[in-house]
Design a protein around this ligand. Structure first.
Ligand code: F3S
Length: 381
C-alpha cells in the first residue's frame, strides 16, 4: 500500500511536470464529500488502517457529522452508516481535527513551509494569510501525502508560480466594515480570476477572520488558491513584491454595482420562510461565534426554524462552558461542528456564507438579516 501511495504522488507530479518530490510539514484531508466518493474513500481508508499505516506529519481532516444532532439529521443524511468505521480508521492512522479551519487548532504551518492540503477555503488561507505553500490537493491524494510525508514540487510550491497576475482595486464606494461586502468581493474576484493569482489593493485593516471568509468565496467561484492582499500576505508587502517586480496582466476595479450583481447571480431567492439558516462556512472562529451570540441576546429563534452556528468542536465546547451558553439556550440557536454542505440542510435555506450560497440553493443575506429572519420571520428584500 505504501509504495502504491508513493507511485500515486509521483504519477500526479509527472502530470504537472514536477521534477522532484519534496518533504511536507503538514497535511489536511477532505474525505467526506459526495456519497460515491465517501464510499470509495472509506474503503481506501480502511485498508490504510488495516495495513497499520500512520501519517508522518500533522494531519487534520474536514468536518464530519455532528452526532449531537443525529436525531435531527438522520433522515437526510445517508453517510451515518459509514461514520463509526471512518472515525476509527482516521484515529488509527493519526488524523484529527474535523474542521475546515484547522489553523484555529494547532495545524498552522509557518511561512514558507510546504504542505499538502485540500479544502479550498483552507488552502487559500494557508497560502494567503499564513504564507505557507500548498496546491489544492485532492481527497485521498492529501492522505497519500500525509502518510508518505511528501508531495510533488509544482504549482504554488515554486516561488515564481506565486507571482500576482491580476490587480484588483477596491472602489471607495464599498463599505469595507460590512462583512457581506467582503464576501461578495470574494465571489467577484474568484469569478474573474479563474485560476490566476489576484492581488487586492485597498483592503486595509481587514481581520484574518474576514480574509478567511473572502478567500473561501473566491475559492468557490474560481480555482483560486492564493490571493495577495497588499500589506497582509507575507509575500505582498507592496505591489512590487506581489507582482515579483513585473506588471499586472490586467487591472480591474470592483465597485458596489459589481457586488449587487454577484449577489443576485448566486443567491436563490426563496419566497417561503427558511426551514434552516446556517451561519459559518468556513466554520466560525470563537470571536465570530461570540459576535453572533451577542447579536442574538434577548432574541428567540422562531419555532419552525433551525438556526445553525457552525464552528469547530473545540469552540463549540468552549462556548458551552462559557457565559454565552445562556444566550445559546435562551435564543434556541444550535451550535454545531457540522458543515452545511456536507450535511445538506433541508430547503428553504438562508445563509450569510458566500460559499454555501454558491454551492447550494440558498438565499444569501448578511448576518443581521439572517438573525432578523430567524427571530421575526419577515422576508427582507
Ligand atoms: Fe467548511 Fe463545509 Fe464550508 S467544510 S468551508 S463549512 S463547505
Amino acid at each position: 500500500m505504501l509504495s502504491k501511495l508513493l507511485r500515486l504522488i509521483v504519477k500526479l507530479g509527472d502530470t504537472f511536470g514536477a521534477e522532484k518530490l519534496i518533504e511536507i510539514s503538514s497535511a489536511h484531508t477532505v474525505l467526506n464529500f459526495g456519497l460515491n466518493f465517501v464510499n470509495a474513500s472509506a474503503k481506501v481508508l480502511h485498508q490504510m488502517a488495516e495495513d497499520n499505516l500512520k501519517v508522518k506529519v500533522r494531519t487534520t481532516a474536514d468536518p464530519i457529522i455532528d452526532m449531537d444532532y443525529a436525531d435531527d439529521l438522520e433522515v437526510i443524511y445517508p453517510m451515518f452508516s459509514l461514520h463509526d468505521q471512518m472515525m476509527k480508521d482516521l484515529e488509527q492512522i493519526g488524523v484529527y481535527g474535523f474542521t475546515c479551519t484547522p489553523y484555529f487548532l494547532d495545524n498552522k504551518p509557518k511561512i514558507g513551509e510546504h504542505c499538502a492540503w485540500s479544502e479550498s477555503s483552507a488552502v487559500i488561507y494557508l497560502n494567503s494569510v499564513l504564507g505557507a505553500r500548498s496546491n489544492r490537493e485532492g481527497g485521498l491524494v492529501d492522505l497519500a501525502c500525509a502518510i508518505t510525508g511528501k508531495t510533488a514540487y509544482h504549482g504554488l510550491h515554486i516561488t515564481e508560480n506565486r507571482k500576482g497576475q491580476i490587480l484588483f482595486k477596491i472602489s471607495a464606494d464599498i463599505n469595507l466594515t460590512n462583512v457581506f461586502n467582503l464576501t461578495s468581493i470574494g465571489l467577484k474576484i474568484g469569478e474573474i480570476a479563474g485560476n490566476k493569482i489576484p492581488v487586492i489593493d485597498g483592503l486595509r485593516n481587514i481581520s484574518t477572520d474576514n480574509l478567511k471568509n473572502l478567500g473561501a468565496a473566491s475559492a468557490s467561484t474560481g480555482a483560486v488558491a492564493l490571493i495577495h492582499v497588499l500589506n497582509i500576505t507575507p509575500e505582498a508587502k507592496d505591489l512590487n513584491e506581489a507582482f515579483q517586480y513585473d506588471k499586472p496582466e490586467e487591472i480591474i476595479e470592483i465597485n458596489m454595482k459589481d457586488l449587487k450583481e454577484v449577489r443576485e447571480k448566486y443567491s436563490t431567492e426563496w419566497t417561503q420562510t427558511p426551514q434552516n439558516i446556517s451561519i459559518g462556512c468556513p466554520q466560525l472562529s470563537e470571536e465570530e461565534v461570540i459576535n453572533v451570540l451577542k447579536k442574538l441576546k434577548g432574541k428567540k429563534i422562531l419555532q419552525n426554524i433551525n438556526f445553525w452556528i457552525c464552528t469547530n468542536k473545540k469552540v463549540k465546547e468552549s462556548i458551552k462552558n462559557s457565559e454565552f451558553n445562556d444566550i445559546l439556550i435562551s435564543s434556541g440557536a444550535k451550535i454545531t461542528s457540522l458543515c452545511p454542505l456536507l450535511t445538506p440542510l433541508p430547503r428553504p435555506l438562508t445563509t450569510n456564507s458566500a460559499k454555501t450560497c454558491f454551492y447550494s440553493h440558498a438565499s444569501y443575506r448578511n448576518l443581521d438579516e439572517c438573525i432578523k429572519i430567524a427571530t421575526e420571520g419577515i422576508k427582507i428584500d
